[in-house]
Design a protein around this ligand. Structure first.
Ligand code: SF4
Length: 314
């Protein structure tokens, strides 16, 4: 390597990263079900959005499916952490397939809020990413005549909603805190009496990881986000770093990291989404150190330790 190029000196790990409680418990449900029922074990949709997790579980005999027709009658199916629409529970019942529900309890709270709105005839605006599994699931809990989905401020401006009937909003749990704030402000301008659930639906894990990446962005020259391309909360971390003017890259596996991304950088931040095994972060740090052996590693106290969600009965 040329001596004229300055070498990275420090790697800083985000204080909060790695599995959130919802992901940890969903993976544990699958592991326990494998022990109890053996393989093949059917899981509807990827249990969490991470390639390594999915590959590991497939190697143990998990079969990921999208359509319940693929599950033989009498078998068990696990529903993913992102939440599943009521229609799918009904279909499983019809087919004689037993459901084990690994939906994150924080997503279930949003489902309940959606049902309460519909029971009261509230036109419900879901803020989220069209096509994301969580939004598809939550949409199923809203009366379809009262459902509106928005992704951005432009969508808000185009909403065609009856002004003389109640209107409310709910959000996906893994959105950008700052983007969502702007969308909600615009909704409040258009619908001054708009209702919301008592608490924000952006979950603690999303908020903490975005806060931690913001902290890294204050002093790092580049931020590496470990996370799969289809992971909503991982993509939001990359966006958050870039909004602060810090170059950021998202990698699914450590070997995707390129040495030239770090050229002339002094301080490298490393973080990960809520569905990323710690192993990938460790491998990423090792890869950086294989390029630049002199770097020092800095770690911080993770305030999320000790948060656990209950495991459903198998
Ligand atoms: S990111 Fe939040 S909502 Fe999603 S599984 Fe984790 S805790 Fe639950």
């Amino acid at each position: 390597m040329s001596s004229s190029i300055s070498q990275p000196k420090e790697i800083h790990l985000a204080a909060t990263q790695g599995f959130c409680a919802g992901v940890a418990s969903a993976i544990e449900v699958v592991e326990l079900a494998l022990k109890k029922f053996g393989s093949p074990l059917y899981v509807r949709h990827h249990i969490v959005h991470n390639t390594m997790v999915i590959m590991d579980l497939e190697a143990k005999g998990v079969v990921f499916i999208e359509c319940l027709d693929e599950v033989p009658s009498g078998e068990v199916v696990i529903f993913s952490a992102h939440g599943t629409s009521p229609e799918q529970y009904g279909l499983a019942k019809q087919r004689g397939v037993r459901v084990i529900d690994a939906t994150c309890p924080l997503v279930t709270k949003v489902h309940r809020a959606a049902m309460r709105f519909s029971e009261r005839g509230v036109q419900t605006i879901l803020i989220g990413h069209k096509g994301h599994q969580e939004l598809i699931g939550t949409s199923g809990y809203v009366d379809q005549n009262l459902l509106f989905v928005v992704e951005n401020i432009k969508d808000v401006d185009q909403l065609d909603i009856a002004q003389d009937r109640p209107v409310g909003y709910l959000t996906q749990t893994t959105l950008s805190v700052s983007d969502t704030k702007g969308i909600i402000e615009r909704l409040k301008q258009r619908f001054p009496h708009i209702q919301s659930a008592s608490k924000s639906q952006i979950c603690y894990a999303t908020q903490n990881r975005q806060d931690a990446v913001l902290e890294l962005a204050r002093f790092c020259d580049v931020i590496i986000v470990c996370g799969s391309p289809h992971s909503s909360n991982s993509n939001r971390l990359k966006e958050r770093a870039e909004q602060e003017g810090v170059q950021s890259y998202i990698i699914d596996m450590a070997d995707e990291l390129q040495a030239e991304w770090l050229t002339d950088k002094q301080c490298i931040g490393v973080t990960s989404g809520a569905s990323v095994p710690k192993k990938i972060v460790d491998q990423t740090v090792s890869r950086i150190q294989s390029f630049y052996p002199e770097t020092s590693l800095f770690e911080y106290e993770n305030k999320e330790t000790g948060i656990n969600f209950p495991i459903p009965a198998l």
